[in-house]
Design a protein around this ligand. Structure first.
Ligand code: PLP
Length: 401
């Protein structure tokens, strides 16, 4: 069919899957191999230690499943909980909602604290609920660190402080799917008991690895964790992983990619990765201000450095912006989900990207908005983001030194 080809690179600016660096693609371009060979552990065994550094844990144990993030959600809960267990969860977006639904389908009783979409977990309310639970029936608190649907980051350290202030033994379950390896995440320091992520966001890989990390307390809870589980059972991994093997066929090519991704993260340095995400997100937010639009995130304290959810003005549909961006400019933007469907579009700014790539997405978004009749000044968002990035003044200073 003529006209169907979209020339040039696709600008992938959904908040996951993210761009896979060419060197990671090349690292995955390998012949299949025997995952029971004596050489296989040379690839796999270092991955666990290296992932622990990404989760910032010394004591945690990492599990790698051939799944998406949803599988890791399931693993986190089913390995450590029994049907009927009570969990406390904040809900403030589509992903916090879906995790709660998954828990319920496993027979867990979830006490939901609904927060306005555009805000996040409320440590005061969590502390209050835990204080009221004198008999310690609540076994765990579930928090989505970065709600990808609304571009909101919650303060996990504050949630830990709330649990401790209430003197409550509940475990802390954290979804780090769109935060880990992009935003600072401190499993041990924050006393997280199970943290999970997926491969297709900060780790810059295709989808296909669900990664969970359990604290000592979480692993001890497995003895009472009677939820039904088979494929996502930690037990088989605990038996085989130390020698570098898996209880079933692992996603071999993705493991090669993961090794390369960890090299990429090491070369940049995790702290620099976080700083870059902060800088780029600041550029995106400057563009939104210049457009005269608002983020879904209600206050700066909720701003996510990995995804900006941008409200379209009343009378417009975010889906039209996304369609125009995709069809005319080969730019993929994220959709509004559920409660915010049509009300916003999202720019994912996580993983392997730099200033100029983001400026391309900002330029495309403002053209798409103009195309559907939203009155933003062409170049306005681009200029605001450019001004936000370190530029002339800094370079002149370097030259003068
Ligand atoms: N949690 C968050 C915060 C997410 O953003 C996503 C997906 O985007 C998920 C969980 C589900 O992960 P997956 O789609 O990899 O199963």
């Amino acid at each position: 069919m003529s006209g169907a080809r979209k020339p040039g690179r696709n600008f992938l600016f959904v908040p996951g899957p993210t761009n896979v660096p060419d060197r990671i693609l090349r690292a995955m371009h390998v012949a299949m191999e025997d995952h029971r060979s004596p050489d296989f552990p040379k690839l796999t065994r270092p991955l666990y230690e290296r992932l622990k550094a990404v989760f910032k844990t010394e004591e945690g144990q990492v599990f790698i499943f051939p799944s998406s993030g949803t599988g890791a959600w399931e693993a986190a809960l089913t390995n450590t909980r029994a049907p009927g267990d009570k969990l406390l969860a904040s809900r403030f977006g589509q992903f916090s909602h879906l995790w709660i639904e998954l828990a319920r389908r496993h027979g867990l009783e979830v006490i939901v604290q609904d927060e306005e979409w555009g805000t996040g977990a409320n440590p005061e309310r969590i502390e209050e609920a835990l204080r009221a639970d004198k008999t310690h029936e609540i076994k765990g608190v579930m928090v989505v660190h970065n709600e990808t649907a609304t571009g909101v980051t919650s303060d996990v350290a504050a949630v830990r402080r709330a649990i401790d202030a209430a003197g409550h033994p509940a475990m802390l379950y954290v979804d780090g799917v769109s935060s880990i390896a992009s935003l600072d995440f401190r499993m041990d320091e924050w006393g997280v008991d199970v943290a999970i992520t997926g491969s297709q966001k900060g780790l810059m890989l295709p989808a296909g690895l669900g990664i969970a990390c359990g604290s000592k307390k979480a692993l001890a809870a497995m003895k009472d964790g009677n939820c039904r589980r088979a494929y996502f059972d930690f037990t088989g991994h605990m038996a085989t992983n130390p020698s570098g093997y898996f209880p079933y066929t692992p996603a071999v090519t993705l493991l090669h990619g993961l090794r390369e991704a960890l090299d990429v993260l090491d070369e940049e340095g995790l702290e620099n990765v976080f700083a870059r995400h902060h800088r780029l997100a600041g550029g995106a937010r400057a563009a939104v201000r210049a457009w005269g639009l608002k983020l879904c995130a209600k206050e700066p304290k909720w701003h996510s450095d990995t995804v900006s959810a941008i409200m379209v003005p009343p009378g417009f549909n975010g889906a039209d912006v996304i369609a125009a961006a995709y069809q005319r400019y080969n730019l993929a933007l994220g959709a509004g989900l559920s409660q915010v469907a049509g009300k916003l579009f999202r720019i994912g700014h996580l993983g392997d990207l730099n200033e100029l790539m983001l400026l391309g997405a900002i330029a495309g978004a403002e053209m798409a908005m103009r195309d559907i009749g939203i009155e933003v000044e062409l170049g306005g968002g681009v200029a605001a983001a450019q001004a936000h990035f370190p530029g002339g003044a800094e370079l002149r200073q370097v030259a003068a030194e």
